[in-house]
Design a protein around this ligand. Sequence first.
Ligand code: EPU
Length: 417
Amino acid sequence: MQKLIIQGGKPLRGEISISGAKNAALPVLCAALLTADTLKIKNLPYLKDVTTMLTLLEEMGTNVFTNCRSEIDLTATNLSNLVAPYEMVKTMRAAILVLGPMLARAGEANISLPGGCAIGLRPVDQHIKGLQAMGAEIKIEHGYIHAVARKLKGTRIVMDMITVTGTENLMMAATLATGTTILENAAREPEVIDLANCLIAMGAKIHGAGNDIITIEGVESLHGATHSVMPDRIETGTFLVAAAASRGEVHLKGTRTNSLDAVLDKLSEAGAVIESGENWINLKMNSIPKSVNLRTAPYPGFPTDMQAQFMSINCVANGIAIITETIFENRLMHVQELKRMNANIEVEGNTAIVRGVPQLDGANVMATDLRASASLVIAGLIAQGETIIDRIYHLDRGYECIEEKLSQLGAQIKRIN
Ligand code: EPU
């Protein structure tokens, strides 16, 4: 198993480019199932989750043509295999995103029911409830969701809670339904807007993406298009926090500033000096960071995917921070690992109380999920001495070339087998 070895204590300095967003790329890849024509996708990040999704789409009958590392053509002329097997879904829950498009296009889908995962139970009841409201007959048998619908029908769907992939699945399904679908209490995440833009380029009629009510007027068929995946706001935030925690200065290119308001506000509150343009951000940290309280919330609130990284900067900040996780019930697993590095953190329910210490110590730690891994990398970069992070396959699911990018910023980091 691969590990990362980090020699901590060097401020990050320099310039890097931000990759395409994992959580925008995955639904956009699935949108290719909605048309027999070719969907060209640009700015695709080279990540484990992306290659897993491409393997799944290929198994369903999609032709995948790679133009270059970040650009592919997907053509789903005939969907020959309407199954997303357990082996795929268990390694990547986002495979549930094929359910809506496959059902809308082929009238049938068999998807392994995702189990719980490290960060929480993560049921998919809202995806199922929405498709049933659109007329699908759905049975859960032997761990699989069997869905059938000769033609989905547009309807009004009020989601019980805000769900990102739930909104994306239903929005994709509704593009080919008869009549109009209204999604209420929809997720407002920028990745939902990115998917809507891709679908609109394919001929879909969607209004309101980015608001909590999205209206989709079904069309007979969609056509090919070219779509460039939005920059990754969580990768951007992760590098910004790493730079701030190490008291360095970084310039990030190819990012999108307006998708990061809550994160940039918290970094300013911590004492960082931030300048930005439409597609770049510069962050400089001259002093010891100040502790910042935060509470995760659906967009435009503070993203759960940045909670772990802010835990690490708070570990070495001046003061006490209260961090509350409200989206997932088990997303504080990095706390135990950070404590092995001398962090002073107490957990009560879904809240962590972080008392800043002058110095973290390098240690052997274990990554438990994607963003927890990122928090350990940040902790390793600022700790005294050597940190060895095990199970870094989690990191490769969501960060493109992370050690190359960090090395470019002057970090002493290497991967070993
Ligand atoms: N939920 C339900 N029922 C549902 C759907 C969701 O109870 O049918 C609950 C979940 O258990 C959770 C909450 O609703 O407590 C929100 O979950 P959501 O469905 O929004 O999460 P997701 O769509 O499965 C996406 C991202 C996650 C990110 C969350 C929240 C993708 C592929 N994944 O997951 O990304 O944390 O939204 O913003 O878009 C990551 O990148 O590390 C990651 C986990």
